[in-house]
Design a protein around this ligand. Structure first.
Ligand SMILES: C[S@@+](CC[C@H](N)C(=O)[O-])C[C@H]1O[C@@H](n2cnc3c(N)ncnc32)[C@H](O)[C@@H]1O
Length: 280
């Protein structure tokens, strides 16, 4: 499992290896429908997805309105971009989606593209940048007057696992600390409304999107594996910054593998979600 990549001005804690991409892809399928429902897609013509990753949600947004909008995904990682383009080609959706390389803090838009998008969206991106306000400000500048800006991101402080798993609290705490060691905010989800407000958005709405599961459901193993995957993905930073010893880390991960077999195991988590409208 890969560790954080250090590119550009922001630090992406998850890697881009094939195994990591497969995990993120599976998880996307589980999450996307819940997110789409919240979006209330209607008559959008032009959509911008910032930090579009593998592009599944980018393409889903493109398919989801009768107006058949065009969607532009901006993504920094060349590996993610290559996969996103391949998936779009396999799905024969290149006509409705375009992927462009660029940084969320300095969006690579043409002059006429600024102030033009009906919907500007970013999910799980702000937690990976040291200056989320700079990203939201760029997103606001890309949005047309009357258009919507939607942010969805993590607040790692609200995660709960039950029954207790030995070593897990220390493991989770070290995972959280690995974000701030990179200069990122592990609790950025709670700031979404403030970020929208500070970028000049109005009529802001917020909610949670449930992102947990329990033993007995077919999807539980994927959720549990994702939890293990994200923590293992941060192992390099955790050990490098002496947040845990290698032995402690390995034992706690082994405990998690045992824990996920429990018939009474439950993961409780929700993603923070907020939208605002750009007024004149
Ligand atoms: C966890 S993925 C989320 C992908 C997608 N938004 C989704 O929800 O499925 C975060 C993505 O943001 C990208 N990213 C991180 N920092 C970025 C930046 N400064 N500019 C553009 N993309 C960035 C990463 O490369 C990664 O593909």
């Amino acid at each position: 499992m890969s560790t954080a990549s250090h590119q550009s001005d922001s630090h992406y804690i998850h890697g881009a290896s094939p195994a990591e991409q497969e995990r993120l892809s599976l998880l996307n399928d589980l999450l996307n429908q819940a997110c789409l429902k919240e979006m209330n897609m209607d008559a959008e013509q032009r959509i911008l997805d910032v930090g579009s990753g593998l592009g599944q949600f980018t393409r889903l947004m493109a398919r989801s309105t009768a107006t058949t909008p065009t969607v532009l995904g901006i993504e920094r990682s060349t590996e993610q971009l290559a996969s996103a383009r391949r998936y779009a080609e396999e799905a024969q959706e290149e006509q409705i989606v375009q992927f462009r390389q660029g940084d969320a803090t300095n969006l690579p838009l043409q002059k006429e593209e600024w102030n033009s998008f009906d919907l500007v969206h970013a999910r799980f991106v702000l937690e990976h940048v040291p200056n989320p306000a700079a990203v939201v400000s760029q997103m606001a500048a890309a949005c047309r007057i009357g258009g919507r800006l939607v942010l969805a991101d993590d607040d790692h402080g609200i995660f709960r696992l039950h029954p207790a798993c030995p070593g897990f609290d220390e493991l989770w705490n070290a995972y959280i600390r690995s974000y701030d060691r990179l200069g990122n905010d592990p609790f950025v989800g709670r700031r979404l409304v403030q970020l929208l407000h500070d970028a000049g958005m109005q009529n802001i709405r917020n909610t949670f999107i449930f992102f947990g599961d329990c033993a007995g459901n077919d999807t539980f193993e994927t959720f549990a594996d994702n939890l293990i995957g994200v923590i293992v993905g941060a192992k390099g930073i955790i050990i490098e910054h002496q947040l845990l010893s290698e032995d402690f880390f390995q034992t706690a991960i082994a405990n998690l593998y045992q824990w996920k077999k429990r018939p009474d195991a439950a993961l409780w988590y929700a993603m923070n979600w907020a939208e605002g409208i750009k007024k004149a």
